[in-house]
Design a protein around this ligand. Structure first.
Ligand SMILES: *[C@@H]1O[C@H](CO)[C@@H](O)[C@H](O)[C@H]1NC(C)=O
Length: 154
């Protein structure tokens, strides 16, 4: 009776060890791999872009923060039609109300001055990694036009 009991315990132990082994092996494989160099780190967004709401005529700023950018680039696009507005710190759209502020290596702010209702919508901060990474922030433009304000002309 005692030996049967021992055998059952042994089988159970073996099963447990087998399972543990199965779940541990990927971690062990990771340990065996050579240390990754910093250049191999994948770029990542830090936090999320905050949506904003602003009246026409004012300015709106969307902030995109990225870490481990490495050799990749950050772009700002208009989400509705995928128009590229800026690449890295350079504005590529012919819209003098749009600018990009690049700060402390990792932050790209899209700034739209003299907001118009047509600016309402979502904007995409994109990293040209593979696969491409993106984050979206939206601007709600309220119709109230403070005086003086040139927004009614367009
Ligand atoms: C911003 O607004 C969009 C669209 O309404 C929504 O999908 C997204 O979750 C919002 N982001 C935050 C941070 O609230």
């Amino acid at each position: 009776m005692e030996t049967v009991c021992m055998q059952i315990v042994l089988v159970l132990l073996l099963l447990i060890v087998h399972r543990l082994d199965g779940s541990l092996s990927p971690a062990l494989q990771d340990l065996n791999q050579p240390q990754q160099l910093p250049v191999d780190l994948e770029p990542e967004f830090e936090g999320t872009i905050q949506n904003i709401s602003s009246p026409t005529g004012r300015e709106a700023i969307l902030t995109c923060s990225v870490k481990n950018l490495g050799r990749y680039k950050v772009g700002w696009l208009r989400a509705s039609d995928q128009t590229v507005l800026a690449l890295q710190g350079r504005v590529v759209t012919h819209n003098s109300r749009i600018s990009v502020v690049h700060e402390d290596f990792r932050t790209w702010r899209l700034r739209i001055r003299q907001l118009r209702e047509s600016d309402r919508g979502c904007y995409m901060c994109q990293i040209n990694a593979s696969p491409m990474k993106k984050q979206i922030g939206c601007i709600d433009v309220q119709g109230e036009c403070p005086f003086p304000c040139d927004c009614v002309l367009f």
